[in-house]
Design a protein around this ligand. Structure first.
Ligand code: SF4
Length: 496
């Protein structure tokens, strides 16, 4: 793969959505919910529905608006739906890996939409293949789907706790049984003939929230922005290890597996989640402003104006401006669509580099000393060209401030973060990075500063995964996953 000159952001794996709403066009609601979650995955999208008898599905590669048209949305009948936006972290970017998965089981249709990565997916996949289960794709989500298709206890040769075996809801029994065997990150929406189930892993690594539709019905979604978009009222987040069932009796909650510790991905606050979403009771935009304020306190810069890298660093840049007293000014215009195309630039356009995506607003930059605020530096391939772009636009000094600590460690919990050697923060010192990007100065937010900004208004019980910054993973990571040659195509390479 050529180095992506347009994008130095980590990529979230997915957005998921599930709806139970009798009398409503749930496929259409799911479409608009997925549209609100588009930022979580742009490689493929899909919706599966059920009317209590039959199940229906449409999925394809591309953005939600590219995948769905009136003629393929209309046949998705029923009052139950799950939907998915995909960015690939396990399994290649290919149609056969697009979600949701929909299969027929002895208990009727089963559809699964999943956000996260299982860290023991390879073992579980091997178990399925050895038992003769054929797989049609190369994702951990298909592994989950096939495990849920079989009665609880099958995969453990009957060594399943009696409270699971005796669980009267047979789908809940299967989900609990899966949770006993799986490790890693999973937030899921599951479609069955009678109900939607939603599941969150025992660490709560990936977000999942619950809402209610006025007039009847319930929704689960990766982020609250999707609930607002379809007119649902936000109720709460799912707890770590929780299963909820949405059906005619309302919302029923089960503890699928004991919560280990709260470890929501702190990168949701830094970059992934939409600024208007609410996580753990906090509006993301507000938390990002706090990060910018904290950064200004920790690393002031001798400058005239503050410019943010649009759009994700804008709230942090505003926070930096408010704390420092330096005026916030737009200095870069972003083409919001270029990074989401499937068309790779040719060699001559690659020379143009970041100008395909950003242009300097010269009228605001000329003769100015600038603080350029970015939310994160991963591989370090765009911030240097952005510094140059600002200089070309007339800036006399560019001081880079990053509203998160250096990314030094890979992620195995559902984020495409690059391998250790690809991370500029792992390979180089601060001075070397500053030199490399040709900035007048460079500073990152400290780890303590990030945690303070995120947890300022939280009860002490809340913890977060910050492993890509700190190297402290909330769960055991198998050694082989650190292999530099490991790519997201592990199943293609080892079992394909
Ligand atoms: S390692 Fe980083 S990106 Fe991955 S879950 Fe933890 S905080 Fe999020």
């Amino acid at each position: 793969m050529p180095e992506n000159i347009l994008d130095d952001s980590p990529h979230e794996e997915c957005g998921v959505l599930g709806i139970y709403a009798p009398g409503r066009d749930v496929a259409r609601l799911t479409f608009f919910g997925l549209y609100a979650l588009q930022h979580r995955g742009q490689e493929g999208a899909g919706i599966a529905t059920s009317d209590g008898r039959m199940a229906y599905i449409h999925k394809d590669m591309g953005l939600v608006t590219q995948v769905f048209k009136e003629d393929n949305l209309k046949p998705l009948e029923g009052h139950l739906a799950v939907g998915h936006n995909r960015y690939s972290t396990t399994g290649s970017s290919h149609l056969r890996n697009v979600q949701p998965y929909l299969i027929e089981t002895i208990r009727g249709p089963l559809g699964v939409a999943h956000n996260g990565n299982l860290t023991n997916a390879l073992e579980l996949r091997k178990l399925l293949l050895e038992r003769g289960v054929g797989l049609s794709s190369t994702t951990d989500t298909e592994v989950i789907t096939q495990m849920l298709a079989a009665p609880a206890g099958i995969w453990t040769n009957g060594h399943t706790p009696s409270e699971i075996k005796d669980e009267p809801d047979r789908w809940v029994a299967r989900i609990k049984s899966f949770m006993q065997m799986s490790e890693g990150a999973y937030s899921m929406a599951i479609l069955t003939r009678e109900a939607i189930y939603a599941v969150r892993d025992p660490y709560g690594l990936r977000p999942l929230c619950l809402g209610e539709l006025p007039g009847g019905g319930y929704v689960v979604a990766s982020e609250s922005c999707a609930l607002l978009t379809i007119g649902a009222i936000y109720r709460r987040e799912l707890n770590p290890g929780e299963i909820v069932r949405l059906d005619a009796s309302g919302v029923t909650s089960y503890q699928g597996r004991e919560a280990v510790k709260r470890a929501l991905c702190i990168f949701e606050y830094v970059y992934f989640a939409r600024p208007d979403s609410v996580l753990e009771g906090q509006v993301i935009h507000t938390v990002r402003q706090r990060m910018g304020r904290q950064l200004a306190r920790e690393a002031p810069a001798p400058a005239d104006i503050v410019v943010g890298v649009p759009d994700s660093a804008t709230p942090a840049a505003i926070g930096f401006s408010l704390e420092s007293g330096l005026p916030y000014t737009e200095g870069l215009t972003k083409n919001r669509y270029i990074g989401r195309t499937f068309i790779e630039p040719d060699d001559s356009l690659r020379q143009v580099g970041v100008k395909l995506k950003y242009n300097p607003l010269t009228a605001n930059l000329e003769g100015k000393r600038i603080v350029l605020v970015d939310d994160s530096i991963v591989r370090g391939n765009t911030v240097g060209p952005l510094v140059q772009l600002l200089r070309d636009g007339g800036a006399v000094e560019v001081h880079v401030r990053v509203s998160s600590p250096p990314v030094r460690h890979p992620c195995f919990m559902g984020v495409d973060m690059a391998t250790r050697s690809q991370l500029i923060g792992h390979r180089h010192t601060m001075a070397e990075i500053c030199d490399h990007i040709k900035a007048d100065s460079l500073a990152y937010l400290s780890m303590e500063g990030l945690i303070a900004a995120v947890q300022q208004e939280m009860p002490p019980r809340n913890g977060h995964c910050d492993a890509c910054f700190s190297g402290r993973y909330p769960l055991d990571i198998p050694e082989w996953l650190f292999d530099e040659d490991r790519e997201k195509l592990i199943f293609e390479e080892m079992w394909g």
